[in-house]
Design a protein around this ligand. Sequence first.
Ligand code: ATP
Ligand code: MG
Length: 586
Amino acid sequence: MTEAVESRHFIQQLIDSDIESGQWGAPGDRSVVTTRFPPEPNGYLHLGHTKAIILNCGLAREYGGKFYLRFDDTNPAKEEQEFVDSIKSDIEWLGAEWDGDVKFASDYFEHMYAWAIELIEKGLAYVDDQSVEEIRAGRGNLKDGGKASPFRDRSVEENKDLFARMKAGEFENGSKVLRAKIDMNSPNMNLRDPLIYRIVNVTHHRTGDTWHIYPMYDWAHGLEDSIEGVTHSLCTLEFEDHRPLYDWFIDAINQGRSDEEQIHHPQQTEFSRLALSYTNMSKRYMRQLVDENHVHGWDDPRMITVAGFRRRGYTPESFWMLASDVGITKFNAIVDFSRLENMVREDLNKRAPRAMAVLDPIKLVITNWGDGGDEDRLESMEVPNHPQDESFGSRTVQFGKELWIERGDFMIDPPKKFFRLGIGREVRLRSGYWVKCHDFKADADGNVTEVHCTYDPSTRGGNNPPADEEGKVRKVKGTIHWLNVNDAIDVEVRMFDRLYMAERPGKKSGDHLDDLNPDSLTVISNAKFESGLVDRGPQEPAWGDGIRRFQFERTGYFCEDGDSSAQKLVFNRTASLRDSWAKQGR
Ligand code: ATP
Ligand code: MG
């Protein structure tokens, strides 16, 4: 019990004490907790966003409160419907269903506009004709104070008139702004008369050409939370310095209003961003990768977008596992990419049925198969679908004279510790027989084309042979996978590696593109796969997202790609079985 209490993170502790004190409703009422995820629809969601989504959704669920999805669509120049759609489907896939209808900041434009007029009337906002550069220069720096705009003392009437005409589209982009009148000498630069509206003569993806002015993020954000009754407005650390401004805006609106007319004042709390080694967790870089064709779209499996991870075969569960593993703190730290990979391995190890696939095939010929009789004879072998979990059942595969094995499982001149095939060496073919190599064939370039072996009929199922006369049992160290040549089909396998080679892409040269891994994608067009698994088998789990996932014995976790068809199956490698980056020390 104490342990559970101690492991609660600081935001849970804060909410617990709010509930006890009745900060948001009747003391003890947990259902008042209201959170939201407020993406800007200007790109696809990335891994970092999943941390915010899972935190907000998880808290609302834990307390029995509400979790909203709200699009912060206040910047018409960069936003598109495509991004709204992708964000919604990514959140659904993650299993973080929101309460009620999807919300849009643009639905509150009238509200925000009315409040801006209220500020003007209270002498707390003014129209400034200075250019953006002049305004920036006038802000000054932390050492010297700022300089008041020559337009700062415009009359309320003039401000109201100009603001209405800004809205009506009478002025050009950048010619005027509305600013809050706060303090040009504040030690917090955000309070030096921040912009609250700017002129943007661009069609908005939802409101069309209704508006010619758009609210600045800082003005809009806290007001959106207020309108929705968000109690705990959770955001990343870089917004800590903006909190006094959000508080100021709400206080300014409430100033002079009666108790009943007060608008809701959410409480903002900041937590650290998720950053991952070997990645750039920012839409800006991701957009460049897509626009300049360094990857094949936002859902390229090498991207750290949710859509990319999904296509790569990651499970929603692995993101929830990572989020809880990383926890919620106030310290910015870079999480190692391997940690995420280990989560998906852990999840898939439990849930993915096994299959046999040979990625780089060479033929193994059993020269004593059918000795003195039928060379085409086939034997049915029972293969477990999951070695640690009997509930997955088993399947039958055929074993015959000619098999596919991995090229890497044979060596012409193997070192002593190579426990697979070489002349005179014996291995176990998993769930098959033991085979011993006595010869091989190679082409003119020295590439091995066939490995010749004999099998031991007393090892059926891959089991140990009986003891000899002296009571000794023969042993083999290596077990390899295989496919019967006539029961294997050609499939395409896409092998992904990290997109960047550097832990902090772009750190050295200043350009992340310099650190791109040229070998991040390798396509194998003639890998071999069990023909019996082309269609979904009765024992295969029903993955919530419909994507089939397997562990290919000994080679990794794979999922079927959307490009896959009955004519040509396509698989993506989700993860290797082990962390090869750690081993190589790259
Ligand atoms: P980017 O920096 O990638 O452009 P953003 O913060 O501009 O992302 P938004 O759409 O504005 O993207 O973000 C929506 C929410 O996601 C915000 O509340 C933000 O704090 C949160 N968020 C964004 N990146 C991360 C991250 N790396 N870790 C945790 N939360 C994040
Ligand atoms: Mg943003």
